[in-house]
Ligand binder design. Structure first.
Ligand code: COA
Length: 151
């Protein structure tokens, strides 16, 4: 969407509070959990991407470096009223671009089964059996960024 801005923030910028609220509303409250019960100290090490419309955060995605070449994408969420408009894909593409610019060669993520086909549509491949995380079924999915660069 042309009027959705995707940009990078961090734990010290005012938007981080909106990111927290979005994660809480989409990724924790529906499964009976709260970020208040989690250690979020790793957030400070992540690259935090937001999709923003008129100053309001409508989507987020966090990038967590694992090794010099591997980066994990996590906490992908778009508010219900903004879903199905390409914002999730826009965030993923922006994140991949940033990852390539930083020299990462591969992305790994833990996909909820309900979101597996979203990532599959972006060329992520399932590389694990189903496992339980935060009480729900997930699979590991991966994408080689070197394939992306070659295209
Ligand atoms: C999953 C989520 C991030 C997708 O964001 P979105 O902005 O709605 O996705 P987009 O509009 O960019 O969709 C891109 C494509 O994926 C498809 N898609 C989106 N969500 C999907 C899903 N859950 N399953 C299958 N396909 C999906 C869209 O139909 C679209 O297909 P198209 O390119 O053929 O038109 C969003 O639905 C969400 O926040 N869900 C709740 C939280 C969640 O489950 N996060 C993922 C945790 S692993």
């Amino acid at each position: 969407m042309d009027d959705i801005i995707t940009r990078q923030v961090n734990v010290d910028t005012p938007e981080y509070e909106q990111v927290w609220e979005l994660r809480e509303a989409l990724l924790r409250k529906p499964i009976g959990l709260s970020l208040k019960d989690e250690d979020l100290s790793d957030d400070a090490k992540d690259i935090i991407l937001i999709a923003e419309k008129g100053g309001k955060v409508v989507g987020c995605l966090m990038l967590q470096p694992k090794t010099d070449v591997l980066i994990k994408f996590r906490q992908m969420a778009v508010y219900h009223e903004w879903q199905g408009k390409g914002i999730g894909a826009q965030l993923m593409h922006a994140a991949e671009h940033i990852a390539v610019m930083h020299g990462y060669k591969q992305v790994v993520l833990h996909a909820r089964i309900t979101a597996k086909d979203f990532y599959a549509g972006l060329d992520y491949i399932v590389t694990s059996d189903v496992f339980t995380e935060v009480g729900i079924d997930h699979v590991v999915m991966e994408k080689k960024l070197t394939d992306m660069i070659a295209q």
